[in-house]
Design a protein. Structure first.
Length: 124
């Protein structure tokens, strides 16, 4: 239900297809944390695994593949030995930074404190 026709200066209260797609992606377990870990800069698979406590190698690999297919994360294989895989945010992935900053700010102000606070990379 919307308060008025979109574009008339009022807020639409009905979820749109776009916001539904956003939460289908970011609402998947681990996805937001992987993106947050990559906001610091590129990382290798093992570094990402350490940055997202509790995620299995299989799940991390699957989520990274999914994010790659969506054009949010780029994968580069570094010649070895040992063979290492390097991940970085694409331009589209990095464009999520302002949203992540705002979500972090909202959590600090409205959710009970449960962690170590806001990481420095999500502060303006």
């Amino acid at each position: 239900m919307s308060e008025s026709t979109p574009g008339e200066g009022t807020i639409c209260t009905e979820p749109t297809a776009d916001i539904t797609r956003v939460f289908q992606l970011l609402g998947k377990r681990w996805t937001g944390l992987i993106l947050a870990a990559l906001m610091n800069g590129p990382g290798h698979f093992t570094e990402l695994r350490r940055a997202v406590p509790g995620i299995s190698e299989r799940m991390l690999s699957g989520r990274l593949s999914e994010l790659g297919a969506l054009g949010l994360v780029a994968r580069r294989v570094e010649d070895g030995p040992p063979l290492r895989v390097h991940y970085t945010l694409t331009e589209a992935g990095a464009a999520l930074r302002p949203a992540m900053v705002e979500l972090t700010r909202w959590a600090e102000g409205h959710l009970p404190q449960g962690g170590s606070g806001c990481p420095e990379e999500f502060r303006d």
